[in-house]
Design a protein around this ligand. Sequence first.
Ligand code: MN
Ligand code: MN
Length: 460
Amino acid sequence: MGLMYDKKDIYSTLSQEELDKVDVYSKEYIDFLNSSKTERLCVDNAIKLLNENGFCDITNKKSLKAGDRVYFINKQKSIFATVIGQKDLIYGTNIIGSHIDSPRLDLKPMPLSENHDIAILKTQYYGGIKKYQWMSIPLAMYGVIFNEKGEKKNIAIGDTNDDTCFTIADLLPHLAKDQMKANANEFIDPEKMSIIIGNIKDKEAKDHKVKEAVLKILNKKYGIQEIDFARSEIELVPAFDAKFVGIDRSMIGGYGQDDRVCSYANLRSLIDLLKENQNFDKTVIAMIVDKEEIGSVGNTSMSSQAFDMFINILLQKTGSKADRLNVYYNSKMLSADVATAVDPDYDEVSDIQNSNILGCGVALEKYSGSGGKYNSSDANAEFMSEIMQIFDKNKVMYQIGTLGKIEKGGGGTIAYILADKGVDVVDCGTAVLAMHSPYEVASKFDVYMTYLSYKAFFQS
Ligand code: MN
Ligand code: MN
C-alpha cells in the first residue's frame, strides 16, 4: 500500500479485459434494475436466477449436505439463498445481506376519489424522500390486489413504451407564490401527492362520473371493486429506465439502486462463484430483505425472527448439533448497502478524507449512524483488519468512507441487527449520488468492484 494512503480510481487501474467485463456486468445490472422496480419483482427475479443455477426451495429438501443450494422465501418479499459448506454450521457462516425495498409512493388503503373531473389516487410516501422530486415525473404502477374471492391479480402499468403511465401534477410556478415561501420540508403537502388516473366521465353514472369510469376500467381489466384496494399493495415508481450516464458512459443512472445495486451483486457473486466450481468451506448465505427503508420493522424485514427460523431449519436439515447463538457468534457478514459519494456541488456536507469518491472503489464503512455514533453498528478493528486483508489479497479496490460530516444528518443499514445477534458485521457497498431520488447515480466501476468484493468475501 505504501507509507502514505493514496486513493486510486478504478478505471486507470484495470486492464482492457477487465474493463470489458465492467461493461458486460453493467448492462446485465441495468436490465435487472429495469425489471425489478419493487421488492416483489426483485424476489421473483431472484428466484428465477437461483432456479436457473441449481437452487431449489428449502421446503423441498428433507436433509441438506455440503454443496446443496437452497433458498427460503419469506412471504414473497424477502429471500435467503444458501449454499451448504463443507464444515458444520458451528464454524459460522459467511453472510451478505442487502435490501430490496426502495423509497417510493404507496397507494393509501382507500385511495380513489374524484375532484373537478379528475380521478385521483391518494398516496403515502414510503421511506425517506425529498417529496418535490416525485412531482411531475412519469410514474409506473406495480403491485398486487385481491378480489373478494381471494384471487390475486398482478398489476404492472407504465413501463413499456406504448403503455400509459401516471403522474402527480405539481403546482404551476405562476400560481405558486405562497407555496414557494414554505421551506423545502413543508412546501409539498404529502396529502396533495395524488396520482392522476383518469379524466373521462361515465355516461351512465349519476355523480362521481370519472371515478366510476375508472372503476369500470379496473373491473374489466382485473375483476376488482373499490373495496379491493384495501387488500392490495400498490406502489408508484419512476416510469423511466436505468441507463448509462455521462459522455464517457462511466456511470449508471436509475431508480432503486439503493439497494438493488448491492442486492444484484449479492446474488450474482454467489451464482458466478458456483459457475466457477467454487466449493465453500463454510456455509454462505445471500439474503435480500424488505422494509429497510422504514427502519427494518415488520415480518419481511431483517428484524423479523424469520431469519432465526431459517437458521433453525438449516441446523435441523444439516443434522448439526450446534446452538443457533453459537452459529451467529462465529459468523461474519457484509452489510451490503449503498454509501454516499461526494457530490461535486455539495462537498461541504462531506469530510473528504473520510468519504467515498465516485469511481474509486467499493465503499467500506466502519460505521454509519449519526452524531455520537448513535444507532450505528461500529465494526471492530479486528474485523476491519480481516476484511481489508481479504480484499487486498483478491485485488478488490475499496475506499474507507463515512456517511458525511458528523452532525449533518445520518442514516443506518441492517448491520446492527445482525451485530446484535453476535455476528461480526461491516457495511460494504456502492457509493451513489442523489440517494433516495427517482434517479440515483453510481459509477459502473464501483458497481463492478462491489460485485468483486462480495465474491472475495463469500470465498473467505
Ligand atoms: Mn439502503
Ligand atoms: Mn436507503
